[in-house]
Write a protein that binds this ligand. Sequence first.
Ligand SMILES: Cc1ncc(COP(=O)(O)OP(=O)(O)O)c(N)n1
Ligand code: 3NM
Ligand code: MG
Length: 219
Amino acid sequence: MKLHTDQLREALQLYLVMGSPNCAGADPVEVLKAAIDGGITMFQYREKGAGALTGAASLALGAQLRELCARHAIPFIVNDDVGMAEALEADGIHVGQEDTAAEEVRRRFPGKIVGISAHNLAEAQSALAAGADYLGVGPMYATRTKLDAREVQGPEGLVRMREGGIRLPLVGIGGIDAAGAAAVLRGGADGIAVVSAITQARSPREAAAELREIVNMIK
Ligand SMILES: Cc1ncc(COP(=O)(O)OP(=O)(O)O)c(N)n1
Ligand SMILES: Cc1nc(C(=O)O)sc1CCOP(=O)(O)O
Ligand SMILES: [Mg+2]
């Protein structure tokens, strides 16, 4: 599914980013099911970090997660890997500053959602020029999930982008939990992207529902 800008803004409201290493031994399929029950609006398969699956095993898990998203009309995005995105018939791909260039992603994967990570106004402007559909802006807060995350920019990073004229859909990412979500949304994000706040919660369903309530209050 390729979404119009307004539909994309809505889909970005509660964006779960996850792979098996984030699930603390729980079954990622069950974690995603619970998160969908709790009200997530978009999903990114990010199989990365210590113990991450590779090759056929990663593809097989991706296929299960993809099918679950399709059944619930949740846009399914693949992190980094254009080949996997093609193989899983993903709705889109998210790439960072060190990944495949957006122009190349568009060429190989036409008509799909392309998200790009941006850490400052200059990167946001370049991503816009390269044809990004949305930007992932982070880290909002300290995170233990991404060891090579850049310096924390806080919700002020979003404010700077909005004040700098960036109108693209934006999602904040990095260390966002129920306590920090509102500031990110008030800073100008269309949504919040989270990993551990849902995957490491005692109840991923309740954690997602709590975040969704915060989003609904503000949006
Ligand atoms: C929604 C969203 N925003 C940012 C990122 C980070 O992407 P990147 O900088 O390429 O880092 P990795 O996730 O690949 O480690 C993201 N994945 N999703
Ligand atoms: C995948 C990712 N990208 C980031 C960025 O700053 O671009 S921070 C991050 C990890 C987010 O995990 P958590 O919600 O557990 O902090
Ligand atoms: Mg990347």
